[in-house]
Design a protein around this ligand. Structure first.
Ligand code: SF4
Ligand code: F3S
Length: 107
């Protein structure tokens, strides 16, 4: 079992999640973070920390977000590890809750 970062993280990238992860299994792209499903120990600590409510258990993924499990697997294999909160995007709040952000994902 793993937790999964979903679409609303894109362009919000608040990074509060990385501060609480006991196994440092977050990986950072230009405007999105992902979890490595093989490293996640399913502790659930990160889920309530995300201001954008973008983190879900894999068995509770909202409708339409199922594809993000595969995306977390794929991108965590190629993106660098992140363990400390960095600078948040200045316009993060403006993007929180916007639909159809997947097309804006930068790799
Ligand atoms: Fe890390 Fe726990 Fe979140 Fe998994 S559920 S990503 S181990 S904080
Ligand atoms: Fe993204 Fe939420 Fe973490 S917006 S970077 S999953 S705190």
């Amino acid at each position: 079992m793993t937790f999964v970062v979903t679409e609303n993280c894109i362009k919000c990238k608040y990074q509060d999640c990385v501060e609480v992860c006991p196994v440092d299994c977050f990986y950072e792209g230009p405007n999105f973070l992902v979890i490595n499903p093989d490293e996640c120990i399913d502790c659930a600590l990160c889920e309530p920390e995300c201001p954008a409510n973008a983190i879900f258990s894999e068995d509770e993924l909202p409708k339409g977000q199922e594809k993000f499990l595969e995306l977390n697997t794929e991108l965590s294999a190629i993106w660098p590890n992140i363990t400390q909160i960095g600078e948040r995007p200045a316009d993060a709040a403006e993007w929180d809750g916007k639909p159809n952000k997947l097309a804006l994902l930068e790799r």
